[in-house]
Design a protein around this ligand. Structure first.
Ligand code: NAD
Ligand code: TDX
Length: 342
């Protein structure tokens, strides 16, 4: 079985590669990633020594590069590659459309030419999407279901919704055996420290202010990355082609709840919290109803949020070198631009 993972040097992709190589030592994994600011080969330290792991530096929207990878005889593909940060999409939407929409189209075209339907998998093209495509929920709104309307709020989520529609069109029009997963906010080891949880943990460890947007009462439904990887494995191997699967951790928390929990665990004072200007178009609440994947594939999350957060904080405590190197590089310019006058 030859599996192509795109964006495998990022947060979720690298966790997925580790997970799959541990579970399927006979599987050949090809990781296509062009190493943007978010791609980091250190995320794959250790697994990069396995003889059945292959890294190819390349852009998913470059059809020649993509076809070259497919030429090895790819059986199935999991597409993680994306520009993934909402705040960056508000500053500069162009690259989000290029990578998230055009890049997905390039992969779909190559898969159409080459993928044989997987053999060992039921799904040949697995698109990793997000709950953000559904837009924002009110305080009492029922959690998102797979057939809810798409109402994205940010250029990021609009680009992911566009890619989702294209993926479904390749199923309907060409019969490509696709599936889409839409998961809630992930957290865990190797997450780039621009996202809420690693940003707050690392700032707290450096005794820097914790910038909470608006009133801090926006709600996210937190999912540990290992639970996400297990769900992706199940959809890839046993999911029904043409289907969408929502993946959520039953972990709704306000941002302030998250920040209080981690300050408590890290033994840092509450006065590190700094309320800053809100994100434009900031979605108030996300919540995922995972009933379909639970019923059809038997998935449910194993981590409680408290356990997962503690494990994640311990990882950041034990891996200071990993995040200090990121935070001392070009990330400092980003931080100044994003938070300097906020
Ligand atoms: P990430 O930003 O950590 O990693 C993205 C990876 O994609 C990086 O390694 C980057 O180098 C690579 N990449 C970007 N543009 C590329 C291109 N043109 N060609 C090849 N590689 C490219 O992202 P993540 O948090 O790991 O998210 C992975 C996927 O999951 C994304 O599609 C994202 O939309 C989706 N998702 C993420 C979350 C979350 O909470 N992090 C939640 C729901 C869905
Ligand atoms: O400094 C901050 N302060 C703050 O209050 C940051 C970075 C975030 N926030 C808030 C905004 C959100 O309400 O925390 C919440 C989470 O923010 P992000 O970590 O930026 O995630 P979010 O915008 O919810 O999107 C994430 O989940 C869905 C991922 O980044 C997406 O890739 C995924 O699709």
């Amino acid at each position: 079985m030859r599996l192509l993972v795109t964006g495998g040097a990022g947060f979720i992709g690298s966790n997925f590669i580790r997970y799959m190589l541990a579970r399927y030592p006979e599987m050949e994994i090809y990781n296509l990633d062009n190493l943007t600011y978010a791609g980091n080969l250190e995320n794959l330290k250790g697994v990069d020594q396995s003889p059945n792991y292959h890294f190819i530096k390349g852009d998913i929207s470059d059809s020649e590069a993509v076809e070259e990878v497919f030429a090895v005889g790819i059986d199935a593909l999991v597409n993680f590659a994306a520009e993934s940060h909402v705040d960056r999409s508000i500053k500069d939407p162009g690259i989000f459309l290029q990578t998230n929409v055009q890049g997905t189209r390039t992969l779909l075209d190559a898969a159409l030419k080459r993928t044989g339907g997987g053999g060992a998998t039921t799904v040949g093209f697995l698109q990793v999407s997000t709950d953000e495509v559904y837009g924002s929920l009110g305080p009492d709104g029922p959690a998102f279901k797979e057939n809810d309307l798409l109402l994205p709020s940010s250029p990021y989520s609009a680009s992911k919704a566009g890619a989702d529609l294209l993926v479904l069109a390749y199923f309907k029009t060409y019969g490509l055996p696709v599936a889409i997963t839409r998961c809630s906010n992930n957290y865990g080891p190797y997450q780039f420290p621009e996202k809420l949880i690693p940003l707050m943990i690392t700032n707290a460890l450096e005794d820097k202010p914790l910038p909470v947007y608006g009133d801090g009462l926006n709600v996210r439904d937190w999912l540990h990355v290992d639970d996400h990887c297990r769900a992706l494995e199940m959809v890839l191997l046993k999911g029904r082609p043409g289907e969408i699967y929502n993946i959520g951790g039953h972990g709704e928390r306000t941002n302030l709840d998250v920040v209080h929990l981690l300050l408590e665990h890290l033994g840092r004072p509450e006065n590190l919290i700094k309320y800053v200007k809100d994100r434009p178009g900031h979605d108030r609440r996300y919540a995922i109803d995972p009933a379909k994947i639970t019923k059809e594939l038997g998935w449910s999350p194993r981590f409680t949020f408290e356990e997962g957060l503690k494990q994640t904080m311990d990882w950041y405590l034990d891996n200071r070198c990993w995040w200090e190197r990121i935070k001392s590089g070009e990330y400092t310019d980003y931080y100044r631009e994003m938070y300097g006058t906020r």
